[in-house]
Design a protein around this ligand. Structure first.
Ligand code: NDP
Ligand code: OXD
Length: 318
């Protein structure tokens, strides 16, 4: 234990178990959880996941808000959020590694026709299918940020053709990737066999995974139809459109980790769809052992007058 106790931290989270988070924070900073700490002037940092509305606005000396996740839609929906307090999001190798594993797993599962072979196994059927190699298959990554680029690098290493889609022309961390893994602006959908969505949920991305978008994906690719993998946010997708696209043969298969409503309601038709693979927002879990030490380091650095890193652009919404 560092022994040094500075100003206090509020840990405010709903819909998740914070029992593993509290001790790691409290090791280095005096930490309070609700209902304690309401309006407390000694609280200078907050670590949050879907904080209750108004909690942050009531803190008079808040210097920064740390999101427990890479996405910050859960922070920004609070209409009372103090306007002048910076928000820091998670950019972390451990989180990226989890996401890399999820996406590579899902890409390979679809690519290697695992659904067909599982069905054949239950029918004790011995039948091979033509198998393209990765370089014949183009993975399009919508959302070419910290996670999208980390995923792209590994998919390229395996041999897939990869291209990314982002909002800006900004310099990307993985600009050393082979040319095909760099941002592609035109014909992105029409060239994509497997669409991986790693976008943030913002005003301009909400509902972007529509029937129209899915209809634009490559139709005559080597997998016999395009595949969707969404590990961004459920609010990006129109679930009725996805089901329709699957039923019409516009889409071959989908892997969904995130949903319009979470937990996915028991009555959702997605559960039973034979060509949808579901995971419960488990693609990349935030692990306090790995995520909190860099946050605490940032608090220390900020107290020494150093600038914060991984700041959210509130206007852009991510
Ligand atoms: P980043 O902010 O690093 O990357 C976001 C990317 O999306 C950037 O490339 C950005 O473009 C692009 N983008 C944003 N808005 C648009 C738009 N309107 N049109 C086109 N591209 C756009 O985020 P991360 O990579 O760290 O995380 C992405 C998301 O993944 C998170 O917001 C979160 O929702 C989700 N996530 C899901 C998890 C899970 O377990 N399922 C776990 C962790 C994160 P530009 O490069 O130009 O800025
Ligand atoms: C995140 C998440 O945004 O866990 O990090 O979804």
């Amino acid at each position: 234990m560092s022994g040094e106790k500075r100003s206090r931290v509020l840990l405010s989270a709903t819909g998740m178990d914070i029992s593993d988070w509290l001790p790691v924070l409290a090791e280095r900073r005096e930490t309070v959880t609700e209902p304690d700490g309401a309006g407390d002037p000694t609280i200078t940092y907050a670590v949050v996941w879907k904080q209750p509305e108004g909690v942050l606005a009531a803190l008079p000396n808040l210097k920064a808000i740390f999101s427990i996740g890479a996405g910050v839609d859960h922070v920004l929906t609070d209409e009372t959020l103090p306007a002048d307090v910076p928000i820091v999001r998670v950019v972390n190798d451990n989180l990226s590694q989890h996401m890399i594993e999820y996406v590579v797993w899902r890409v390979l599962d679809h690519h290697r026709q695992a659904r067909e072979y599982r069905q054949q196994q239950s029918a004790r059927k011995w039948l091979t299918h033509p198998q393209p190699t990765g370089d014949e298959v183009t993975v399009g990554i919508m959302g070419f940020g910290a996670l999208g680029e980390a995923v792209a690098e590994k998919l390229v290493a395996i041999g897939f053709s990869v291209h990314g889609w982002s909002r800006s022309q900004r310099h990307h961390a993985h600009d050393h990737l082979p040319r095909r893994a760099r941002r592609a602006s035109e014909g992105f959908l029409a060239a994509t066999d497997i669409l991986v969505v790693l976008l943030p949920l913002t005003e301009s991305t909400a509902g972007i995974i529509s029937h129209e978008l899915l209809s634009g994906l490559k139709k005559d690719g080597p997998l016999g139809g395009p595949v969707l993998i969404n590990a961004g946010r459920g609010g990006l997708q129109n679930e009725a459109d996805i089901v329709r696209a699957l039923d019409e043969g516009v889409l071959k298969e989908a892997s969904l980790d995130v949903f319009e409503s979470e937990p996915l309601p028991k009555a959702s038709p997605l559960w039973d769809h034979p060509r949808i693979f579901i995971t419960p927002h488990a693609a990349a879990e935030s692990d306090p052992k790995f995520l909190l030490p860099p946050m605490l380091d940032q608090m220390d650095a900020h107290d020494r007058g150093e600038p914060l890193r991984n700041l959210v652009d509130r206007k852009a919404g991510y």
